[in-house]
Ligand binder design. Structure first.
Ligand SMILES: [Zn+2]
Length: 337
């Protein structure tokens, strides 16, 4: 089978399309013939070696969809040919966090890598039946962005009528947060760098769209838009460039969600801003294993919509990463396998 592998960290050119041996499923595992893989920011960090050096070549990619093509001993729940979506959180299944449905707090929690490939072997618990009405490309685009956004909105107790601000609203994670907040009847203020995306963002649930030039302070605008009250929740995936502003634009008692830091991770903050105003800082990293099976039917019914920026062939994963790094995309990038 063919897969895209990384032998050493580097720029997109280190993504090598090569023939490797087919993996065999062990006890309780299934092998999936993947038809599509979602591209996430995490894949870029893997490629750059942010999670450490590679003792052996790594196949990146956490999201994917395809058909089961082999069953390991004891894996009887699905027939060969069953269409499935990869649920990419791996955890021990036995600790108090796993047993209480908070798998992403498990000490052994990690995100699966390996979907930039024609075949992948996974524990049976890490595949979810794919609902009809979705294509493989659409199904592969949902995973990490929607699991993460649904998990942090639930933990932040996002409620109808509240105001939520989403930085980078045109990206995969941003659009997931916009749609899921709209589904909760929230007022969604979407911040983007490109004025051209305003109409499409409103189509997917943004109430207001603010175009940011990358340097101006936006917190006064948000305060004006909320009658000096401030937002209930701010979703910040940019980090260093925006986090202080995110704190400033919150109402007293509001919550800032920090979910990655694509502009860097170092911030200088006056702590009084947090404790005097009774703010909450909520760190978000993926979500409970129950999220994906719970939200997939909402896509099949058209309540949520997979948004694909562009599709690339698996062998052009390098171009897909270059597109991802342009930061001007709208929705998710998907590899056609
Ligand atoms: Zn566990």
């Amino acid at each position: 089978m063919y897969a895209v592998r990384i032998h050493e960290p580097g720029d997109p050119s280190v993504l090598k399309y090569e023939e490797i041996a087919s993996p065999e499923p062990g006890p309780g595992e299934v092998r999936v013939r993947l038809r599509a893989a979602g591209v996430n920011h995490r894949d870029i960090w893997v490629r750059e070696g942010a999670f450490g050096a590679f003792p052996e070549p790594v196949v990146p990619g956490s999201d994917g969809a395809g058909e089961i093509d082999a069953l390991g001993p004891g894996a009887r729940d699905y027939p060969v040919g069953q269409k499935v979506v990869v649920n990419p959180g791996l955890s021990c299944g036995r600790c108090i966090y796993c047993l209480s449905g908070q798998q992403n707090s498990c000490p052994h929690y990690r995100i699966f890598d390996g979907t930039y490939a024609e075949q992948v072997v996974l524990p049976l618990v890490n595949v979810v039946p794919m609902p009809s009405g979705l294509t493989f490309l659409e199904a592969a685009s949902i995973g990490i962005p929607f699991i993460t956004a649904e998990d942090f909105l639930t933990r932040a107790q996002a409620a109808a009528g509240q105001t939520i601000v989403v930085w980078g609203a045109n990206g995969g994670l941003g659009l997931a947060a916009v749609q899921l907040a709209h589904m909760r009847a929230m007022r969604v203020i979407a911040i983007v760098r490109q004025a051209g995306y305003a109409d499409r963002l409103k189509q997917y649930g943004a109430t207001d769209v603010v175009v940011w030039d990358g340097s101006t302070a936006l917190s006064p605008d948000i305060l004006t838009m909320t009658n000096s009250r401030g937002a209930d929740i701010v979703v910040d995936s940019l980090g260093q460039a925006t986090f202080v502003q995110s704190v400033e634009m919150l109402r007293r008692g509001g919550t800032v969600v920090t979910v990655g830091g694509t502009t860097g991770g170092k911030v200088t903050l006056e702590l009084g801003q947090i404790f005097r105003r009774r703010l909450s800082v909520l760190g978000a990293y993926m979500g409970s294993s129950s999220v994906l099976p719970r939200i997939l039917p909402l896509f099949a019914r058209g309540v949520l919509i997979p948004i694909i920026d562009r599709t690339f062939l698996l062998e052009r994963a390098d171009d897909a990463h270059r597109r991802m790094e342009e930061h001007g995309l709208f929705g998710n990038i998907v590899l056609d396998i």
